[in-house]
Ligand binder design. Structure first.
Ligand SMILES: [Zn+2]
Length: 70
């Protein structure tokens, strides 16, 4: 697998992922990912990307239930 930015070699590793939402900030430290040895660009496989989406959806749901309507 080659990096789409610099054509460098992609290596299997881990990468952090964070997202800032309205009511929470999510920081995942070690998602399995492809990391470019040359420029550090990160790709997540579909499986990991899906899992991240599921986590966000689940946290969205729970935080909505927890929020107090004023
Ligand atoms: Zn690269």
């Amino acid at each position: 697998m080659k990096c789409m930015y610099c054509q460098g070699e992609m290596e299997r590793g881990t990468a952090p992922f964070h997202i800032d939402r309205k009511s929470y900030h999510l920081m995942l430290d070690t998602i399995p990912a492809w990391v470019c040895a040359q420029c550090g660009e990160v790709y997540f496989d579909e499986a990991e990307a899906d899992t991240i989406q599921q986590i966000i959806r689940a946290v969205d749901e729970k935080t909505e239930k927890m929020s107090v309507s004023v």
